[in-house]
Design a protein around this ligand. Structure first.
Ligand code: S3P
Length: 166
């Protein structure tokens, strides 16, 4: 089985779907944001706020490289911006990953961003979040697969759709 990389916009459900997919497939899963938080003792949001996005992207690429080097990890959830960085797409290709875009509507993502306790410095208001959402779609479209869950789909349904897509 190829390794599976789940990507998409902030709050599209990458972590929960990847975790559920790993449960269904009975394999190991890593959430890249959590990996970075453990490694650096600061969350991606804190690193962005304190050191700037550019520094965060360097940290993120190194983290992805190291996660991909661990062959036991079969499912990986990226951060919302990871896939927009060409070096990260190259890493996924070099490791022959199946890449799956969770294409969730902006409204659903935005409502979750507002409701979440998590800080998201790259989506400080609706307008900025919307323009980021729009400008990233072309990159997300470079994934091998696309799954477009609806609001009524449960996390189990979405993970199953991803499994069927592969
Ligand atoms: C980011 C999304 C975040 C996190 C970082 C940057 C982005 O992850 O990696 O704050 O650029 O969209 P989530 O997609 O889990 O919010």
């Amino acid at each position: 089985m190829k390794r599976i990389v789940i990507l998409g916009f902030m709050a599209c459900g990458k972590t929960t779907v990847a975790k559920e997919l790993a449960r269904q497939l009975d394999c190991n899963f890593v959430d890249l944001d959590s990996f970075i938080t453990e490694r650096h003792g600061r969350s991606p949001a804190e690193i962005i706020q304190q050191d700037g996005e550019e520094n965060f992207r360097e940290i993120e690429t190194l983290a992805l490289r190291d996660v991909l080097q661990n062959k036991d990890v079969r499912v990986i959830a990226l951060g919302g911006g990871t896939w927009t960085i060409p070096a990260n797409r190259t890493l996924a290709a070099l490791h022959d990953c199946e890449t799956v875009w969770l294409d969730v509507t902006f409204e659903v993502c935005w409502n979750r961003i507002v409701a979440a306790a998590t800080a998201r410095p790259l989506a400080p208001d609706r307008e900025i979040a919307w323009s980021r959402y729009e400008s990233r779609r072309a990159d997300y479209g470079l994934a091998n697969r696309r799954v477009a869950p609806t609001e009524s789909d449960s996390v189990q349904d979405v993970a199953q759709q991803v499994g069927e897509e592969l």
